[in-house]
Every structure is written in structure tokens, then in C-alpha cells.
Design a protein around this ligand. Structure first.
Ligand SMILES: [Zn+2]
Length: 244
């Protein structure tokens, strides 16, 4: 790859990073039952509520040009915006260094971004989006059809096994403790990840997820007494995609 390729992949990633950040914030606003969705209203300043012009939405550059302040009311723009843009930008460069540029890789890249959304949602709000999981299932089955790595049958068995295994563990837990041990969002997300990776990788995903989520729990000093298991599953799967 040439320098210009790195820059292009970084910039594409930064655009997705900006989009992912607003998506996650809008999910949290939805939780607070404000009338906000991913498509409407258009991006606005959270302070003065003025709609932002397209030029103010260019990742990284607009932050630098506006010196980290809103054009209208001069209130500070959250630096976490910039952080997400740079983070996903670096991820994109790493992804296209690792994988050749093909339509299968592009599909894989989109799936990785969806997994990143779930990781961040679960990490921040202990929430997994069912719609995002369903999208991963459809793309995972599609990838199994296009890619030769796993068969559609492996993918489909993974889908069923991923869902039922966590459902069963939760069912046993519920019988003894009379409360849910695992959220239903986790069942669907594991189903999605196993449809992507094939049923043979359910063990490494669940084991990796347990270790990673426990680590996140221990180092992040969280108030809530819940493990971000979905975030763990997502990180374990991304590692398997990269290093397997
Ligand atoms: Zn403003």
C-alpha cells in the first residue's frame, strides 16, 4: 500500500468513527426517551441545538478548523468525538493492511464495524442492539456463502448453537436463582458471532469473552455489578478474525 492508501483508509474509518459515536450517543438518548433516532434530527450542537452544516461534520478536520468549539455558540465539542474518529481510523488502516482489498474484505470490514458498535454500547450502557445483531446474522450468512473459510451450514449451526447455549445456561441459572443471569441481548449477539465464525469457534469466543469481560470489569472500576459480557464476546471475535 502507498501512503495515499493509508490516508484514504484512515479517513474512511474516521467517517465511520464519527457516525458510530453519534449512533451510540443517540442510543443513550433513546434510553432517556427523547425523540431522537439515527436519521433524525440531523446532527446538532447539544448546547445551542443548532443544526450543523455538512462542512462541520468532516471528521478530524472540522474539529481542528473549529478549534474544538461549536461554530455558533463556541461551547466545547466533546473530545471523545475526535478519539472515536482516530480510533476507528487506525482500525481501518490495520484491517486493510491485514486483509487484501476485495468485496469479501469490505463485507468483513462492515461486520467488524457493527461488532465495534456492540462492544461500545455494551461497555458504556450494558446494552446490545438487537437490530445490529440481526444485521450481523444476515451479513454473516452472506459472508459464509461468498467466502470459502466456513460453509453456510457451519454458519447456520453456529447461529442456532450460539443462541441456545446461552439461553440454556440462563435457563439453568434462572431455575436456581429466580432471576436472569445473562441478558437476552447476549443470546442474539452470540448467535450472530457464531453465524459469522461458524459453530466450531463457539468455545474460543465464550472463553475469550469470559476472560476479557472479567478483565474490563476489574480494571474499569464500575459501579454496576454486571459484567460487560457482550463487549467481551465482540473483542474475542475481532481478535479471532484478525489472528486466525
Ligand atoms: Zn453550539
Amino acid at each position: 500500500m502507498f501512503l495515499i492508501d493509508y490516508l484514504i483508509f484512515f479517513f474512511i474509518g474516521a467517517i465511520f468513527g464519527s457516525f458510530i459515536y453519534s449512533f451510540i450517543n443517540r442510543q443513550s438518548s433513546e434510553l432517556e426517551s427523547a425523540n431522537i433516532s439515527i436519521v433524525s434530527p440531523p446532527s446538532f450542537c447539544p448546547q445551542c441545538k443548532k443544526t450543523l452544516k455538512p462542512i462541520m461534520l468532516i471528521p478530524i478536520f472540522s474539529y481542528i478548523f473549529l478549534k474544538g468549539k461549536c461554530w455558533y455558540c463556541k461551547s466545547a465539542i466533546k473530545s471523545s468525538y475526535l478519539f472515536y474518529e482516530i480510533l476507528i481510523g487506525i482500525f481501518s488502516v490495520a484491517f486493510f493492511v491485514e486483509f487484501d482489498a476485495s468485496w469479501v474484505s469490505v463485507l468483513k470490514y462492515i461486520i467488524c464495524l457493527l461488532i465495534i458498535i456492540q462492544i461500545l454500547l455494551d461497555y458504556r450502557f450494558l446494552l446490545l442492539s438487537t437490530n445490529v445483531s440481526i444485521l450481523i446474522i444476515l451479513l454473516g450468512l452472506g459472508l459464509a456463502y461468498l467466502d470459502t473459510k466456513i460453509s453456510v451450514i457451519d454458519s447456520f449451526i453456529g447461529l442456532c448453537l450460539g443462541y441456545t447455549s446461552l439461553w440454556l445456561i440462563n435457563f439453568i441459572f434462572k431455575t436456581f436463582k429466580s432471576k436472569d443471569g445473562i441478558g437476552s441481548g447476549d443470546f442474539i449477539f452470540l448467535a450472530a458471532l457464531c453465524s459469522l465464525m461458524g459453530y466450531k469457534l463457539i468455545g474460543p469466543i465464550v472463553l475469550g469473552a469470559s476472560l476479557i469481560s472479567l478483565l474490563i470489569y476489574l480494571v474499569s472500576n464500575r459501579e454496576k455489578q454486571l459484567l460487560p459480557f457482550g463487549a467481551g464476546m465482540g473483542i474475542a471475535t475481532l481478535s479471532l478474525i484478525f489472528f486466525l
